[in-house]
Design a protein around this ligand. Structure first.
Ligand code: GDP
Ligand code: GDP
Length: 437
């Protein structure tokens, strides 16, 4: 099941990004910082009372040079399209404005639950300022203060009651879900058509599923079942905002979430750009299987070193994706495309790999024998026992005497030993250090 989505809409300066940051909280993410995502974050996982969801700050989606009213109108449309619950944010300082009324009109016509929140209610005396907001016709206003962190609990309590019931998984667990992610023009739609056009690939249906995503099911010639998850940029619906970079990133993030394996498509003619890194970083953090596709391989001049040069560059720019296989393809000539189903399937299997505890602990013991654990002030890190606690991605808990003594570099070393021993090609793995009780 994809996580529910809350979108925040409202005119500029009402405090959307302040509220967004409050809801999301402090999320320390090494990759995001490397990729510069934290600075202009508009989409993030969050949690309230044990319920996980994603939040969108629609204010961060610039819609080109459109006039002010048109911009917020489109942001509201994006919220309606993408979210399960909409928080419509206004401000007690300015009161009800024409722009607020405009947004209310749009939201009113949608079938999505809308919670009206009045921000900047910084103290109890200001609570009476919210009564004007009943006139927006969206029910009872929730007074909040983003700066002071007041009122958000009540707002989120209300928001989660509108989440969809947890339903069945959309697809059988044996079906491999993947998506193609990349900037405009890297060749995603050409690749989709080329993959589906492969001989003996049977396309069984093109079904509308949640939030009008269009997924394509097909069976490879080896009889394996796949679902290709649609992202904006592949099948456009002709909305103005579909061409904006932020919106395409947003859609890519949503597709990544529903996928087992993400194909990050690069354009051989253009090399690597910032946006490529953001989206790949998100897939890594989300623990998805990752394959790097260098497309348009037909279009560049090559000599014996070209592939190596590309690989070195990718490994440097995507240092955290050292596990991801790279494949050089062409949607035009179909070069190597026939290898894709098998590669996707292999990465998906690696994501689901379960290692027996006895085997796992032998590898860890050997690793420690070869490279002793760190010491600090005469004390040594002791590893007692390791066990796999999850798949997709494979996640291991290592029980130790002093978790603080597990340095990043030593954890990295253990991860590499696990990678040398088991076939984790294409999948992130997670090591969690816990104190043995
Ligand atoms: P956005 O444009 O809607 O994303 O608004 P921002 O989050 O950037 O906030 C706009 C301005 O309002 C900033 O100067 C914030 O510091 C301020 N602000 C946000 N929340 C509050 C609040 O609860 N009380 C007050 N007094 N100011 C706030
Ligand atoms: P998307 O925006 O990522 O879906 O990219 P498209 O599939 O629309 O492709 C963008 C442009 O690149 C089109 O003109 C395609 O014909 C071209 N293109 C796509 N794949 C290849 C390829 O493998 N080789 C060459 N030479 N051109 C390609």
């Amino acid at each position: 099941m994809a996580k529910p989505v809350i979108a925040i809409v409202g005119r500029p300066n009402v405090g959307k990004s302040t509220i967004f940051n409050r809801i999301v909280g402090e999320r320390v993410s090494i990759v995001e910082d490397i990729a510069g995502v934290t600075r202009d974050r508009i989409y993030s996982p969050a949690e309230w009372l044990g319920k996980e969801f994603n939040v969108i700050d629609t204010g961060g989606i610039d819609i080109g040079d459109e006039p002010f009213l048109e911009q917020i109108r489109q942001q509201a449309e994006i919220a309606i399209e993408e979210a399960d619950v909409i928080i419509f944010l206004t401000s007690a300082r300015e009161g009800v404005t024409d722009a607020d009324e405009n947004v209310a009109q749009i939201l009113y016509r949608s079938n999505k639950p809308v919670l009206l929140a009045v921000n900047k209610v910084d103290n109890p005396e200001m609570r009476s300022d919210i009564f004007d907001f009943y006139s927006l016709g969206l029910g009872e206003p929730y007074p909040v203060s983003g700066s002071h962190g007041i009122g958000l609990g009540d707002l989120l309590d209300a928001a989660i009651t509108h989440f969809p019931e947890e339903g069945e998984e959309e697809y059988d667990d044996s079906v491999i879900k993947f998506s193609l992610i990349g900037r405009p023009n890297v060749g995603k739609s050409s690749l989709v058509n080329a993959i589906l056009g492969e001989e003996r690939v049977i396309v069984s249906n093109v079904a509308g599923t949640t939030r009008d995503a269009i997924d394509t099911s097909f069976t490879s010639k080896d009889g394996e079942e796949f679902v290709m998850i649609d992202t904006a940029g592949i099948r456009k619906k002709g909305k103005v905002y579909e061409n904006t970079e932020k919106y395409s990133v947003l859609r890519a993030l949503r597709a990544i979430e529903r996928s087992d394996v993400v194909l990050c498509v690069l354009n051989a003619e253009e090399g690597i750009r910032e946006q490529d890194k953001k989206v790949a970083g998100y897939a890594h953090e989300a623990g998805k299987g990752i394959i790097i596709l260098v497309n348009k391989w037909d279009a560049i001049e090559k000599d014996t070193k070209t592939m190596k040069t590309f690989e070195d560059n990718i490994r440097e720019e995507f240092a955290y994706l050292s596990y991801a296989p790279i494949i050089y393809v062409s949607a035009l000539t179909k070069q190597r495309l026939h290898q894709l189903p098998e590669l996707i399937s292999r990465v998906s299997q690696n994501q689901r790999l379960r290692i027996q505890s006895s085997t796992l602990n032998e590898v860890i013991l050997d690793a420690v024998a070869m490279n002793p654990t760190p010491t600090d002030k005469g004390k040594r890190l002791k590893i007692y026992y390791a066990t796999q606690v999850a798949t997709k991605p494979p996640t291991f808990v290592v029980f130790v005497n002093e978790p603080e003594m597990m340095h990043f570099s030593y954890a990295r070393y253990l991860e590499n030993r696990l990678r040398d021993t088991f076939s984790f090609e294409g999948t992130p793995i997670r090591l969690i250090t816990r104190r043995r009780k």
